[in-house]
Every structure is written in structure tokens, then in C-alpha cells.
Design a protein around this ligand. Sequence first.
Ligand code: ADP
Ligand code: MG
Length: 349
Amino acid sequence: MLLLLSGCQNSTSKQKLYQQQLFSFGTLIDISILSNNEPLALKAFDTLSADFDLWHHDWHPWNPGPLSRTNQLLALQEPFSSAPSILPLIEQARQLSVKTDGLFNPAIGQLVRLWQFDQLENEQHTFTLPAARNIKAMLEASPTMGDIIIDGIQLHTNNPAVFLDFGAFAKGVALDRAMKKLKNLGIKNALINAGGDLKVAGKNNGRAWRIGVKSPQAAQPQLAAARQQLSVIAVIELHDGESLFTSGDYERFFEIDGTRYHHIIDPRTGYPAAQSHSVTVLAKDAGLADAASTALFIAGPEGWQKIARQLELAYVMLIAADNTVYLSQAMSERIQFLGDNKIVIKDIE
Ligand code: ADP
Ligand code: MG
């Protein structure tokens, strides 16, 4: 949904742009580093490549690794020592879940699996609608982050329906950590773009990082190629340490009989949330921005302001199912629309 707009530069003190792509968290990750130290930039790419592999392995809900092991142990309903790579995520996710009134609920991994969103990459898989009784059973079991009891490093739950899936959150945590790594290596100016979710550091050769926000319709594969130029609906500048995350109904979905079922599940109904096309959140903390974009998407045009307030967000854009664009006051002062979209500005203070 987002792309980097390059600015023209004439300054002689211009830093060189180094770019590398890697594949992690099911998406291409573009790393851009501005530096005059080539060995350092190359070292940074190697470091981040290894880190992303590790985070992806550690935080995968069902491939063998620490999180899938955590899920197996939680199911036994006995206390166990948490893996060090998992505990901080559980703690942060728990707080975010409370502040989103449970709309961001990473404990609903079994529900996500009922919808077969673990099969989107499997071309052999034939998607079917989950049986209503299975969804009902998950709603009755009502797994929440509050069902995980934390005692020091010991974890346990009495709710066997708890199954952790950090799909709405882990990419954000990874971007926060990756940027911190770059900073520690001495890199001041960088952009990491994980399939449209991104975080920046410093500046783009003396200027703010300029990001193009694409329309959710243009992001549909059949339209994207032809409308590449027309598809940027707005431009926004990002400053040091800011992150921009989007949750949309157009990126991960399957279709049955012409109806689209996307991957953002309303924990109150057990079905894909229907009120929004996309939500974009700008915040410093990428983990927060990631979880928030998912929660506000579910909250929809009626409920997003309350959740945004609870999360202390300032910058939100929600494109509703009817294509009305809702902007927080602060977002409206920063984002520049290029077309004549129907825009409604709301206060979340
Ligand atoms: P993306 O992965 O495209 O960035 P999101 O950040 O919105 O999109 O995350 C969606 C993923 O989060 C789903 O694939 C699923 O694994 C998980 N998920 C779905 N619904 C919820 C929910 N209500 N709360 C927490 N995680 C969810
Ligand atoms: Mg998210």
C-alpha cells in the first residue's frame, strides 16, 4: 500500500544509497541504508538478514520453534518456563490487547487456523468456509491474552483454546528491533519497508522520508500494473524513528463463490471484519502501530476513535468499506491527498 518516493538531490555531500531485499514474515523486506561507509552497510545487511531469519523462526505460530513450542506447552495447562524470545512479546501483546478492548487478540490462533490462513501460500489447498459450529465453539471458549498467567518466567493457562499467533504484531516488533540494530551499528539514516509496513531512521539525504500511500483498490493485483501511477492517493513525510503500518482487506484473502474472506478476524464474531478496507497508523513504536492497525480495522468507522484514544495514537487513517476516508485531526494535518476522496476528519484527543 506504500511506496518510497525518491527526491532529487544535488548536494555534493550526498550519502550513497545501499539497498537490499530479503524475504521474511511472508513478505519481501526492502532495506535502504544511506551511508558513505560501504563495508558498514554490507555488514548491516548481513546482520539484519540473520536477525530476520531468527525472529521469523522464533515467532512462527505453527512451524517448529519457540512460539509453536509455547503453544504446545500452553495446551497442556501446566506451568512451564517461557522461552526468552517469547515472554516480552506476550507481555507487550497483553497490554495492547487490553487497550484495544480485545480486538487485537493474538490468543485466537486456533480461529485463524480454522479460516486456513496458514494455507494461503499452499497452491494445492482448496479453501472451504469453516463450519459455523466450529466458529461458535471457539467464541464460547473465548481465548484471551488475560488467560495466560505469568509468574516470573513461568507461564500457564487454564484455557486450552489459547493459541498464540503474533501475525498482527511480530513484524512491527521485528522492525523496531531491526532499526535499533542499525542504530547500534552506527547507521543513522535508513528505511526498512516490509511489504508496505515501514520504519525510518534519520533523513533521506537531508529531507524527510516521503512515502506514497496507495489506494486499497489499486493494490488489487489485476489493477495494480495498469494503475501504478494513478494509485498513489496521498503522500506523507516520515521523521526519525517513525513507523507507518497498514492493515488491509486486499493483501491476504481467498474467495469462495465471488465472496472475499480476508485474514483480519473480528474476535467478537469469529468472521473477517467487514467495516473497513484499510487502516494506516503512524506511530514511533512499530509494534504498537502494527497491532493498532489491525485493531482499528476491526473497530471500523464507528469504533476506531475510542480504541485510538486508549492506545494514545495521534495519526490514523481509516478507509471504510464504502471508501469514505476517516482521518484523525493530527493525520489530516500531515497527510497530503492527491485526489478528491470523500474525507471525514475526527478528533481523537
Ligand atoms: P498483515 O499481516 O498483512 O500486516 P495484520 O497486521 O493486520 O496484517 O495481521 C493480520 C494477521 O494477524 C492474520 O494473518 C492473523 O495471523 C492475525 N490476526 C487476525 N485477526 C487478528 C486479531 N483480531 N487479533 C490479533 N491477530 C489477528
Ligand atoms: Mg497489524
